[in-house]
Design a binder for this molecule. Structure first.
Ligand code: AMP
Length: 441
């Protein structure tokens, strides 16, 4: 299949060719024809699958065919995204696709000044990419008008609901014309998403790419048992003696990520941190520094890293194990792409045994435990240790979290052999809650 055969406007085809997009990805091949035909679409796909073009191309194609109304233009397409980073990324991608079209594409999000956004609305906007919180601010002030919206996209809908944006989304939906096309993309389809779709979509066609949440079998999963107090020294040793490539390091809390980046800097390693407490300008700067190679280490929280277009990396380090096993998949999705080999290395303190068990259960394999000389922990990793209480370190309470202290499943084990991911999907029950931070829209 080619983009030409999908029947997209020549201006879009030209931009795609210039961006070296030759073949549609599976989600694009499935979703684009349905959206072009005017159907509402429920798309099961996460970042990295090409979902932005899957909703962006049909939407731009629709606007390209119209003669824009004279005078300042009110948005005709609205894309809601959970985070500022994703809003920026989506708007940048859409601008690239719309390079040969005369459309104004604007992103609005919290943490940035209102006035430039208001000025943008005055000048006229065709495609609006927005985080729900900031959009509500504009609606309340009367600076944004949504009565011309023809296409609504909910991008990473599950993530928006996790972040508590459901009331904001419903308020926005109330301001939109009933006669419109709705495209909803989500990595998971839990009950709440289905309910949202049933309520606000018209006979949606569902497209799902099979490889949802799969774990590349080219990724080696390893863990170093180490006392929490010695993790930083071990990380510094790994980064100075064992690896020279760029590394993405995941931490649990905003504060912890900040401190770690500062401490790595002090040890002579160029490191930047990205998390929800950083201003938009700081987050963008950190990401650019990492992408351009000026920073070797990017220390990130799960929420801040979600949805970011970070290139394939040989190594992802879990400085802290994720509270929710599914986040492990998102984290390691940054390595081992397209058949390249990758390594997911976790630093596991004895008290994190329960979290390691969770990851192993999800991987359906054990993770090789390798003690590093000089860093042996003071006590063994307790795989049957209870999971840490959500909220203990800044997490909000989770839906459906396993009750504290419930006995561990017996099949958890940490074997001596090196195992690889098996490419199997995460269990349907894998939750994405119990997160450590919220990134306000
Ligand atoms: P997304 O899942 O939309 O964030 O896209 C992931 C990455 O794949 C981005 O860097 C896109 O530019 C790229 N991409 C999306 N679709 C295609 C395609 N058909 N051909 C080549 N690259 C693509």
């Amino acid at each position: 299949m080619t983009f030409e055969s999908l029947g997209l406007a020549p201006a879009l085809l030209r931009a795609l060719a210039e961006n070296n997009y030759t073949t549609p990805t599976p989600i694009q091949a499935e979703a684009i024809p349905l959206a072009l035909a005017g159907h509402d679409v429920l798309g099961g796909a996460q970042t990295g699958t090409g979902k932005t073009a899957a909703f962006g191309l049909p939407l731009l194609n629709r606007l390209a065919k119209q003669t824009p109304p004279s005078g300042p233009r009110k948005p005709r397409a609205l894309i809601l995204t959970p985070t500022r980073e994703l809003a920026l990324q989506v708007s940048e991608s859409l601008r690239a696709y719309a390079k040969h079209l005369r459309l104004n594409i604007t992103a609005i999000y919290g943490g940035a000044g209102m006035q430039p956004q208001i000025d943008n609305f005055r000048r006229g906007v065709d495609v609006l990419v927005a985080c729900p919180g900031r959009l509500i601010d504009h609606l309340e002030r009367g600076t944004a008008r949504l009565d011309n919206i023809e296409v609504l996209v909910l991008d990473e809908a599950d993530r928006m609901l996790d972040m508590g944006f459901l009331p904001a989304i419903k308020r926005v939906l109330g301001k939109l014309p009933a006669q419109r096309q709705t495209l909803l993309f989500s990595a998971t389809f839990e009950a709440q998403i289905k309910a949202l779709a049933l309520e606000f979509m018209r006979n949606p066609r569902q497209v799902q790419i099979a490889a949802q949440n799969t774990i590349a079998d080219t990724i080696a999963h390893r863990a170093h048992p180490v006392d929490a107090s010695r993790k930083r020294d071990l990380l510094t040793q790994i980064l100075t003696t064992r690896y020279t490539e760029q590394v993405l390091v995941f931490g649990k809390t905003k504060h912890g990520c900040n401190r770690l980046a500062e401490q790595l800097e002090a040890s002579g390693l160029k490191a930047v941190a990205i998390h929800g407490n950083k201003s938009q300008a700081q987050r963008t700067k950190a990401l650019i520094q990492f992408k351009t190679g000026k920073a070797r280490v990017l220390v990130a929280t799960d929420v801040a890293a979600r949805g970011l277009d970070i290139p394939n990396l040989p190594l992802v380090i879990n400085y802290d194990l994720p509270m929710v096993a599914e986040d492990y998949i998102h984290r390691i999705g940054r390595t081992g792409r397209n058949g390249a080999s990758g390594e997911a290395l976790s630093l596991v303190a004895p008290e994190e045994g329960g979290l390691l068990r969770q990851v192993q259960n999800m991987l359906k394999t054990s993770v090789e435990l390798v003690v590093v000389e000089g860093f042996a922990p003071s006590r063994p990793i307790q795989l049957n240790a209870p999971l840490p209480k959500p909220g203990g370190s800044g997490q909000r309470p989770s839906r459906g979290h396993r009750p504290h202290g419930k006995p561990a499943p017996r099949h958890a084990h940490a074997g001596p052999k090196q195992h690889r991911g098996n490419g199997r999907a995460a269990p349907a029950g894998a939750r994405r809650d119990g997160r450590t931070e919220r990134s306000p829209g």
